[in-house]
Design a protein around this ligand. Sequence first.
Ligand code: ADP
Length: 541
Amino acid sequence: MQGLMMNTQLTITEVMRLADKVYGSQEIVSVTSDNARHKYTYKDAFSRVRQLANALKKMGAKEGDTIGTLAWNDYRHLELYYAISCSGMICHTVNPRLFEEQLEYIVNHAEDQYLFVDLAFVSLLEKIQDKFSNVKGFIVLTDKANMPKTSLKNVQCYESLIGAELDSFDWPQLDENQASALCYTSGTTGNPKGVLYSHRSTILHSYASALPDAFNLSVIDTVMPIVPMFHVNGWGLVYSALMVGSKVVFPGPRMGDGETLCKLINEESVTISAGVPTVWLALLEHLQKSGDSIDSLQRIGVGGAACPLSIMTEMQEKHAVWVQHAWGMTEMSPLGTYNSLKPGMETLPEVELNKVRLKTGRPLFGVDIKIEGPDGSELPWNGVAAGSLKVRGPWVVKQYFKQDKPATDENGWFETGDVATIDSDGYMSITDRTKDVIKSGGEWISSIELENCAVNHPQVLEAAVVGIPHPKWTERPLLLVILKAGEELSKEEMLNWFDGKVAKWWTPADCVFVTALPHTATGKLSKKDIRQEYQNFQWKD
Ligand code: ADP
């Protein structure tokens, strides 16, 4: 027998309707390329979203079309998110940090019809515009006064474009399974792959990620998403924050600048924020130098890469900010696990408590996780057995955009490419990427754990550990270290740091001090490039 409840479609349009009606007076604050502090309300935002929807229609864009954005986190980008998806089109957020060939590839692969571009990226597009096969025109995200001289063809100014339109729009009735947004993985191996989110997957992900044991969002919060909106929908905060009516603060092009972040936190009373470890390092460095405080900030979600303990302790001890570790990926919208404490854990001795907090957290309801050994057998949740991590759930990719084959195995599980342990409390811990794992003497060594240990050294700024072929042990870990400015350290001192902190045989076999390390377009260490550079490294013995 079927239930007898309404089959209301879970669409982003409904988030917009609620946010507009119920939370209309809430503020959205942005730093943009043409304005140091722009402020307006949800009501203003959605009025402009309707003007933009009219403009898109007039431009000939229709349901199912892909519209690209190359933009920072700000109010205009937010307007694009809602106008495009709620019109039944697909909002393709393009990562401007990609190499030119990758940009060309994804804009063509996605068949973007128009590109909305931030002032900062106009010159980037000028160089490659002739290589785009489907793009009919460009819209620069600024007003008439700031419109640059540009060789972009068929170019328009955003404010002039929407300013000419009415602010009423009849939104189409959408099926919840319709595509809403598209984001490509960074493609560290091969071409980038497109992940095509649906309205349904986005709404379910928003519900789950707003829960108290995840982002814990509410109407009384002020949320500052530091994670770029061109990377997995700003971790979904662009939807979840508006779903609950939080005030939103966007740092725009200044998201890597500690001073701006500090100012925004204090002047806009930010209570919660989220971003990758690097942005917190930038903020902490500013706080150290300036002696400023960040009193309103209560908690931050950190993910995308392992969060060093030093960030957690400094944030907590010096600034009373609670740091929560999270894990996810483009293919998962992105949230998979979030770290919050279970009852009784807060009184654990510090060392034990830190061990729990460094784990990437428990799966959210909706995300099923498991780990498998090399023979495909499921491994126990004992916190020790490390295996290939698989996931499934309504906001996990089923198939990449325009690929014939499913992205899942025969039982519907998606292989994440991560190696993890899961403990009996359900806390997962990423030990490596499958391709980065170090195989030494038949055993696995976790490069992430070694990197975490190295960056906890007070003189170390950044560290990478890669497995390099070794005649006796198959591979041994090689440590690469960038020291903080003005610091000096010998190889021996660095390697001795691992004594008592990791198993003896895990200790890196050698160490090289470097001044830079290669990163991917999403700011992660590019281990592939490091391995290539050091593949012929000569071991001492
Ligand atoms: P990209 O696809 O561009 O690398 P993603 O955000 O999709 O960007 O990357 C997802 C990967 O990032 C995960 O599979 C995992 O390897 C890594 N990752 C994410 N969060 C964490 C974390 N908290 N700790 C360690 N690694 C993480």
